[in-house]
Design a protein around this ligand. Structure first.
Ligand SMILES: C[C@](O)(CO)[C@H](O)COP(=O)(O)OP(=O)(O)OC[C@H]1O[C@@H](n2ccc(N)nc2=O)[C@H](O)[C@@H]1O
Ligand SMILES: Nc1ncnc2c1ncn2[C@@H]1O[C@H](COP(=O)(O)OP(=O)(O)OP(=O)(O)O)[C@@H](O)[C@H]1O
Length: 306
């Protein structure tokens, strides 16, 4: 028997970062928006824990127990006193090390898939607690939609979204390590007073109204200077998207994927065309938001996708 779960990528429409905490993490006001790029995790009964991965960037994904999907299965099995004898296959479509929470998506997907496969019926709250142990972005991958993350980003408040937003993502040639980007943030802000991270009311209102123009003026990412410092050519990608008519251009989370908010589907196509033609990125993806969180794929559909 197999269970397949589909999990979305995210963009951070606001990422306000506070000073470094004693535990090395940073307090955040993190406004997550799930977007329509998905990984699929299939859990199948097996003699022992095994991970396979296919799709763009699969060669950069570890297949041992450091894989976040494997860690999720082990954490769930341990809670229930089980052996994590499962084959996890990841069909990857979310850029690897791109700042779109791909590994987190796989962790949330593995958790839901194993829970279903093993017939555990773990409560939502318990699943969210396991997610938070696995990583700061993992709880949001489970819930999807839009949410404000506080603490290190793991404490979620769901947010209302009043419409569809059109996005273009430019996948960079290379990756960025999330801890390295936070370290660069610390270096760049050294000796300055880092304000408490606070969610922008203007931004939350724009999301609730589904107003792309208002959202575009309110988006912000405090990690963007750090990502640009480590990956300076991203400035060219951002400029290309802006010139092509994007309402907003920003680095997605810790980068190096860049995100462009478009007025409508037509404008998204124009922005995507300009980015592709510019050769300032490796690939371009056009999609909508919000997207649902981790969802079990009906068996017939999973077989069709395989
Ligand atoms: C940049 C974001 O993707 C925005 O959503 C997240 O803040 C990163 O979330 P993530 O990849 O799930 O990160 P984690 O696996 O929890 O942490 C990886 C590393 O990132 C840094 N980190 C992460 C989250 C946070 N609030 N403060 C941090 O300083 C820490 O160095 C940590 O050791
Ligand atoms: N299932 C997984 N998929 C991708 N990478 C994984 C996975 N498990 C572990 N990793 C490791 O984690 C690193 C970061 O990958 P990931 O794709 O999650 O980055 P990211 O999208 O930038 O994360 P975030 O946006 O949450 O900071 C990879 O370079 C890889 O070594």
């Amino acid at each position: 028997m197999s269970v397949t779960v589909r999990v979305p990528a995210k963009v951070n429409v606001q990422l306000a970062v506070g000073g470094a905490r004693p535990d090395g993490f940073h307090d955040l006001a993190n406004v997550f928006l799930a977007v329509g790029l998905y990984d699929e995790v299939t859990a199948t009964e097996a003699d022992e824990l095994r991970v396979t991965c296919a799709g763009p960037g699969a060669d950069q994904v570890p297949l041992d127990r450091t894989n976040l999907a494997a860690r999720a299965a082990l954490a769930l099995a341990e809670r229930h006193g089980l052996d994590a004898a499962v084959h996890l296959h990841i069909a990857k479509d979310i850029p690897v090390a791109g700042g779109m929470a791909g590994g987190s998506a796989d962790a949330a997907g593995a958790l839901v898939a194993c829970d279903e496969l093993w017939g555990l019926n773990t409560s939502r709250d318990e699943l969210l607690a396991i997610c938070a142990e696995l990583g700061s972005d993992v709880p949001f991958s489970l819930v999807g939609g839009a949410a404000l993350g506080t603490g290190r980003g793991e404490q979620l408040r769901p947010l209302e979204v009043g419409g569809t937003f059109h996005w273009v993502f430019a996948v960079a040639d290379g990756g960025l390590s999330t801890p390295a980007v936070y370290r660069e943030f610390d270096r760049l802000t050294e000796g300055t007073e880092v304000p408490e991270p606070v969610a922008s009311q203007e931004l939350l209102d724009a999301l609730a109204k589904g107003d792309a123009t208002a959202l575009a003026t309110a988006v912000s990412n405090d990690l963007q200077p750090a990502a640009l410092s480590l990956f300076p050519t991203l400035a060219d990608t951002l400029a290309t998207g802006r010139t092509a008519g994007a309402l907003a251009a920003l680095v997605s989370g810790s980068g190096p994927t860049t995100a462009f908010l478009a007025r409508d589907a037509e404008s998204a196509k124009t922005v995507a065309g300009a980015l592709l033609a510019s050769a300032t990125c490796r690939a371009v993806r056009v999609t909508d938001a919000p997207a649902p969180g981790a969802t079990v794929v009906p068996v017939a559909q999973a077989q069709e996708n395989a």
